[in-house]
Design a protein around this ligand. Structure first.
Ligand code: COA
Length: 279
């Protein structure tokens, strides 16, 4: 089960009971300010716990005035130099309550650690990273199903992966003895220079051997050529490995999306990290 992606007026949203939220993925500026009460009505009709809006900073006041909180910020995301804000409205107090204190403590320690102490081993030369093609979709979806119990987007369906590859996602894999052991994606969005590094999945027996790092480095190189300059990720707080990986690659912590995403079996808070690939 995943939540549907659809148009709301001229904007694009994802919503449903799986993540129990509305995610305003792409705001059409013409929809302001009417879209704000429309989102409230949709949330109320479905008893959703959270509305997350990803918007250019110039429109922040419309949302802040309507009770949204600033959760994360990525400077220079849009082609005109504007930053991107993640603003959220928590409908229920329960949804705002962080439950995962031990993991948060580990993440906070990682964020404040000097970069030199992160100490990720560079294994990238030992892995050959290749670009996925539609023919790989069935095997990719199988790997995603093995790695994640649940996921916020329908990556378990080969047709979704083929659609993503045909439109705006660049998937990469590592194979060992003919079998895909690791996958990740660079998801672009026309009209801005941002790219989301996402869908990282490494088979359990291959973890901690540099597959994640090799995929990230390869995707960064590919994105520089497009050119896409601002890379970001939305990472699980329960996976210290994925946060460590981005920190080690000089990503800056951009904020925390509290109780945001249904991933790996339940709703989890997510960290946001970004990096200007030119630096
Ligand atoms: C997160 C994930 C993609 C990382 O991939 P990976 O190939 O294991 O990462 P790398 O080997 O390149 O590791 C990068 C660093 O993080 C560390 N690391 C990886 N997993 C770790 C873990 N569970 N706990 C602590 N450190 C971890 C590695 O040790 C390495 O540092 P080192 O070289 O100093 O040892 C992989 O663990 C995975 O598939 N997890 C399950 C799916 C998931 O949660 N994906 C992320 C969704 S946001």
């Amino acid at each position: 089960m995943t939540d549907k992606i659809e148009k709301l007026m001229g904007s694009t949203i994802q919503h449903g009971p799986h993540n129990n939220r509305i995610y305003l993925l792409k705001l059409h500026p013409k929809d302001l300010p009417v879209i704000i009460p429309t989102l409230d009505e949709l949330a109320s009709a479905n008893n959703y716990g959270k509305i997350l809006a990803k918007i250019p900073e110039t429109f922040a006041s419309f949302f802040i005035d309507a009770g949204y909180l600033r959760e994360a910020f990525i400077p220079g995301f849009f082609n005109n130099g504007q930053g991107m804000l993640f603003l959220s409205k928590f409908i229920t107090p329960e949804r705002f309550k962080e439950k995962n204190f031990e993991q948060m403590r580990r993440i906070e320690a990682l964020i404040s650690q000097p970069l030199s102490e992160t100490g990720v081993t560079d294994h990238r030369l030992t892995h050959r990273v290749r670009k996925c093609v539609p023919h790989d979709a069935v095997e990719m979806s199988r790997l995603f199903r093995q790695v994640f119990k649940t996921y916020p987007f329908p990556i378990f369906e080969p047709s979704y992966l083929i659609h993503q590859m045909a439109t705006h996602s660049h998937y990469f894999y590592i194979r060992h003895e003919g079998r895909i052991v690791a996958v990740a994606a660079a998801e672009t969005d026309s009209g801005n220079q941002g790219v989301e590094m996402t869908d990282f999945a490494v088979l359990p027996s291959w973890r901690g051997q540099g597959c994640g790092l090799a995929l990230l480095v390869k995707m960064e190189d590919a994105m520089r050529k497009l050119p896409k300059h601002i890379a970001f990720t939305i990472a699980r707080t329960r996976s210290i490995g994925i946060n460590k990986l981005f920190k080690s690659q000089k990503y800056t912590y951009a904020g925390l999306l509290t109780n945001n995403t249904n991933i790996a079996g339940g709703i989890e808070s997510m960290t946001v990290w970004y990096r200007n690939l030119e630096n």
